[in-house]
Ligand binder design. Structure first.
Ligand SMILES: [Zn+2]
Length: 356
């Protein structure tokens, strides 16, 4: 039971009387002006707490009890079932900064978690559930466009192309993959050592890359890695990532054009490249695993990476992980340390293979 001291104001009267109000689980009891009024507590209306302004408790007859003991009223509202109790909760949340900070932290962590883990997970699921026909269509037009704008005919002699095609077929047999229609395309690209895969299974290899690989196994390792991008459906996942990011940024800022602002574009870009680094790691793991299975020493993968690094250090070609979204900033910011990690990972596999 709660006893409140205050003043009572009858309706349509400026008179006031010293009064006490007893509040119970179910009932109230008001003593004022020598009289006693009783009733169900549910018929009382409590004004919302605003700082330390005295509370107004209105009775069904229109009379009002005014009381300064906000804390006692809030305690009582917190203990019983009353329709004004929600104000009490609201007030408690508002007035206790710890709750506010905690909720902010929770919202922040969940948002980060969603961006960090949720988006990749969702895009993986969507990409996985797409029928294979979608992927075939994604490839055919793209290669034509690339041929028009970016790629030139290969100058590799036919016998070299035939030899590589033969090895590629051997690789495909070893990975036991018949869902995709893989095909190698030899092109040149301004002396850039590059290989990339389209979602359809079309894999483009440049003359400079073939020249860079001193051993067949080194080229095999790059091809395995590109096959992994196709099988793991990374191309479509990247499209979904960047669309999702654009939507989220637009929702947060209420303006999609803001993505052209560098302050927003850079974090978005860093997120994008972290997603694509994740893809590189996934593709590497797949490639290294399959190399071990096919009896190819993963050390060749490490050697190939070292050659890319040396090329890049000379300002020559960009790294092999050449998705269209990756550009110079990305390779400067991320692929240098990343490439070293990739080499170490390959050596790990090579060590495991030697140990088994
Ligand atoms: Zn890659």
């Amino acid at each position: 039971m709660t006893d409140l001291a205050g003043h009572w104001y009858p309706e349509h009267s400026s008179a006031q009387a010293v009064a006490t109000l007893e509040l119970d689980q179910q009932t109230y009891r008001l003593q004022a002006d020598g009289q006693v009024f009783q009733g169900k507590q549910a018929t009382l209306n409590f004004s919302q707490r605003i700082g330390n302004i005295p509370r107004r408790i209105t009775f069904s007859d229109g009379s009002v009890f005014v009381c300064e003991d906000n804390d006692a009223i809030d305690r009582w509202l917190g203990q019983v079932h009353h329709h004004d109790g929600r104000f009490h909760l609201l007030h408690r949340l508002e007035s206790q900064w710890r709750w506010v900070i905690l909720s902010l932290v929770v919202v922040f962590v969940f948002s980060l978690g969603f961006i960090w883990k949720g988006i990749p997970w969702i895009s993986t699921e969507i990409a996985r559930s797409m029928p294979i026909e979608v992927y075939q269509k994604l490839g055919s037009g793209t290669l034509m466009g690339l041929d028009k704008w970016l790629l030139r005919d290969s100058e590799l002699p036919d016998e070299v192309q035939d030899r590589i095609n033969l090895r590629f077929e051997k690789i495909l047999n070893s990975i036991d993959q018949d869902e995709y229609h893989f095909q190698l395309h030899f092109r040149s690209m301004k002396n850039l050592a590059n290989a990339f895969a389209l979602p359809s299974g079309d894999i483009v290899v440049t003359d400079a890359l073939v020249a860079l690989a001193e051993r067949d196994e080194e080229l095999d390792s790059v091809l395995m890695h590109e096959i992994a991008h196709v099988v793991q459906r990374h191309g479509l996942q990247q499209i979904i990532h960047s669309s999702a990011l654009t939507v989220i940024i637009a929702l947060l800022l209420g303006d999609a054009t803001a993505i052209s602002n560098i302050a927003i574009a850079l974090p978005a870009f860093l997120l994008e490249s972290s997603y694509s680094r994740r893809h590189e790691t996934e593709a590497d793991d797949y490639a290294l695993e399959k190399m071990v299975q096919a009896g190819i020493d993963p050390v060749h993968f490490a050697n190939m990476m070292r050659k890319f690094m040396a090329l890049e250090a000379n300002g020559g070609a960009k790294a092999e992980n050449a998705s269209a979204t990756e550009n110079k900033i990305n390779s400067y910011l991320s692929s240098h340390p990343a490439t070293q990690e990739r080499i170490e990972r390959a050596l790990e596999y090579a060590g495991r293979r030697a140990g088994s």
